[in-house]
Design a protein around this ligand. Structure first.
Ligand code: SF4
Length: 290
C-alpha cells in the first residue's frame, strides 16, 4: 500500500516543552511527582511518564484532583489550569510546576485582560476538556463557554462590549462558523481567534492531502482534541474516510478495502515512533487491500 506521509504532523512545541519540563522535574526532585491529568493527551506518552515515576491524577475536575495529592510536586499539564487550581495547590503545601503550553498561556492572559476591561467573553471550546476549564476560571461569570450553535443562541449577554475567542485545538472551519454566529447575534463582537498554529497547519495539510488519497489515518488518542479534529476535518472538508488509531490493534483491514493510497497524519501529542510503526504496518499491507 502506498502511504502519503502528511506534513506537518506529530509533536508541536507545546508538547515538546511539557515533556522537557516533566523530565527535568523528575530528575531533580526527590519526593513524589504527580501530573494533574494527562501531561499531554496521549495514552503512550502517559504510560511512559508513569514508568518514569510521575504519578497520574486522573480526575477531570482539577480542583478535586488536587485533593487526592497528599504531598510533593504537582505538574500542571500542557492544557493549563485555572488560577483557583494554582492557588489551591499552594494552600495544600504542594510544589506546583507549570507545564502549560505558551499558546494556552497567551489565551489565559487575553481572557483575563478582556474581562478586566469589562468585556463579556464568549469562549468557544469543548465542554469537559481541561483547557476551557482553566481559561473560564480566569474570570468566572464573565467568560461564557459555548460549544455549538445552540449554546450561542441561548446566550443572554448585556452586549455592550463582547469579545469572542476560542480553545487552541478546535477545527479551523467549525470555529469560523461559530464565530460568525456570535457576530450575527453581537455585531460589534471583537474577534480573537486563538487556534494555535500547530493545530491550523496540521488541519490544512490533512485536508489538502485527503484530496490525493483514498482514506486518512490519524494516529492519536481519543482524548486528544486536536487528533479528533483532524479526523473531523478530513471527513467534512477533505471528503474522505478518516480513522483514529491509538494503538496498532485499532487498525482494521476492512478500512483499506479497494484503497491504493493512504494518508497518515498524527496529533500534536502522538509519539513519532508510534506513527512510524503505523506507517510501516500500512505499507506492508500491499496485496491485502483487495
Ligand atoms: Fe500548544 Fe497548540 Fe501544541 Fe496544544 S496543540 S500544546 S496549544 S502548540
Amino acid at each position: 500500500m502506498e502511504v502519503l506521509k502528511i506534513t506537518p504532523r506529530g509533536y508541536c512545541h507545546g508538547v515538546v516543552d511539557a515533556f522537557r519540563i516533566a523530565k527535568r522535574v523528575r530528575e531533580e526532585t526527590q519526593g513524589p511527582v504527580h501530573m494533574l491529568g494527562m501531561l499531554v493527551h496521549n495514552t503512550h506518552a502517559t504510560d511512559d511518564l508513569q514508568q518514569q515515576g510521575i504519578a497520574l491524577v486522573d480526575q477531570p475536575d482539577r480542583l478535586r484532583g488536587l485533593e487526592q495529592v497528599k504531598e510533593g510536586t504537582v505538574i500542571f499539564t500542557a492544557h493549563g489550569v485555572s488560577p483557583q487550581v494554582k492557588q489551591r495547590a499552594i494552600e495544600l503545601g504542594l510544589k506546583p510546576v507549570d507545564a502549560t503550553c505558551s499558546d494556552v498561556v497567551r489565551t489565559h492572559e487575553l481572557v483575563a485582560d478582556l474581562a478586566r476591561q469589562g468585556y463579556e467573553v464568549v469562549y468557544i471550546g469543548r465542554k469537559g476538556h481541561p483547557e476551557p476549564e482553566g481559561v473560564v476560571g480566569e474570570a468566572p461569570g464573565k467568560v461564557f463557554l459555548v460549544q455549538d450553535p445552540a449554546d450561542i443562541d441561548a446566550l443572554e449577554l448585556k452586549g455592550d462590549r463582547v469579545a469572542v475567542t476560542c480553545q487552541t485545538t478546535l477545527s479551523v472551519w467549525d470555529t469560523e462558523d461559530l464565530i460568525g454566529r456570535v457576530q450575527s447575534r453581537y455585531p460589534n463582537a471583537e474577534v480573537h481567534n486563538e487556534i494555535c498554529r500547530a493545530t491550523q497547519e496540521r488541519q490544512e495539510a490533512a485536508v489538502e492531502a485527503a484530496k490525493l488519497v483514498d482514506l486518512v489515518i490519524v494516529v492519536g488518542s481519543p482524548r486528544s482534541s486536536n487528533s479528533l479534529r483532524l479526523v473531523e476535518v478530513v471527513k467534512k472538508l477533505g471528503g474522505k474516510p478518516a480513522y483514529l488509531v491509538d494503538r496498532m490493534e485499532d487498525i482494521e483491514t476492512a478500512w483499506f478495502k479497494g484503497a491504493t493510497r493512504v494518508g497518515v497524519t498524527s496529533g500534536a501529542s502522538t509519539p513519532t515512533q508510534l506513527t512510524r510503526r503505523v506507517i510501516e504496518h500500512i505499507e506492508a499491507m500491499e496485496g491485502s487491500a483487495g
